[in-house]
Write a protein that binds this ligand. Sequence first.
Ligand code: ADP
Length: 206
Amino acid sequence: MADKRYNTILLFGAPGSGKGTQGKILGQIPGFYHQSCGDVFRTLNTKSELGRIFVEYSSKGLLVPDDVTIRMWRENIKAQEILSLYKPDDDLLILDGIPRNVNQAKIMDEYINVLEVVHLICSNEEEMFSRLRKRALKENRVDDAREEVIRRRWKVYMDETKPVLAHYSPSIIKNVDALGSPASVLQHILERIVPIQEKHYRNVLG
Ligand code: ADP
C-alpha cells in the first residue's frame, strides 16, 4: 500500500529563532505548503472552547495539551487539503511549531513522513529574548509581552522540545545558524531542501 503520510520538512528551533519568518518565505514558493501551529492557534476565536484553552496555556508560556493540539492540527491540515490549498501529492509540507515534544513526535509519525529537520540554532539566548520583545511590540502577542513568560518559553523549549531532535535520524537533521541575516538563513535552508523538492517533483511526474 502506498505511503499516505504527508511528505514533510520540519522547521525546528527555539522561540524567536525565525521559524515563522523562514516558513512564510518558503510557503510563497510553489511546491511548498507552510503551516505554523502557533498561527493556527492564534486564528481561533478566543471565545470558543479551544481558543480559551490556547490563551490559558500560551499566556503562561506553556504548551497546549497534546490531545487538543494534535486534534486541532489534523482538522486544520485536512481542511486545507479539502480546500485544495494544500495538495499533498504536489506540495511538500513545511511544518513549524509542531511536534513540540516527544509525545507529539511519536503520535505524528502516523501522519507525517519527515524528510528533513531544519534546526535553527541560536547560540545567544539574549539575542532571542530581544527578538521576542520586539515581536511583542509589533504583533501584540501576549506570550512575548512579559519577561517571565519569555523565559518560561525558553525553558519549555530546552526541557520538552529540544529532545524531539533525538527522535529523528541525525542524517536528516540540518543545522543552520539562526543568528545570520534572514537572507543568509534562507540560503542555507534552500541548499538542503531544494534537492529534496526536486526529487519529490520527479516522483510526482513519475
Ligand atoms: P514561537 O515560534 O515563538 O515558539 P508559536 O507561535 O509557535 O511561538 O507558539 C505560540 C504558543 O502556542 C506556544 O507557546 C504554545 O503555547 C502554543 N503552541 C504552538 N504550537 C504548539 C504545539 N505543537 N504544542 C503545544 N502548544 C503549542
